[in-house]
Design a protein. Sequence first.
Length: 123
Amino acid sequence: MFLKELQQEEKIAFLELAALIANIDGKVSIYENSLLKKYQKEMELEDYKLQGLAIDEILAVFKNERSKYIVLAEIFQLIYSDGVFHDQEGESVRLIKTHFGFNSSEFGSFKDWVEKIKELSVT
């Protein structure tokens, strides 16, 4: 939704992060794959080949608050796309939260908001 607002380096980092999260449980669901393709199209990165960057390297790219919120919103959407919240996904989200410096209440409110948006899109 807001991925076009990211800088080119951030777009690439986001795509790397999304692919990493989608594959964290060892398989990419049809829903996750669909979202990954949507992300590539939205960011005009259809021809981008994933490099398999490490999560710390990826997260270091995002410097401003708006970019961090965009990343978190889209990652939550990706995680909830298949209806299953895996433990490994939860660990990754906690790592992102810590790296981005979100406090627990702010993070919880944001997570709740994303869940509500997801519910609206299903009905």
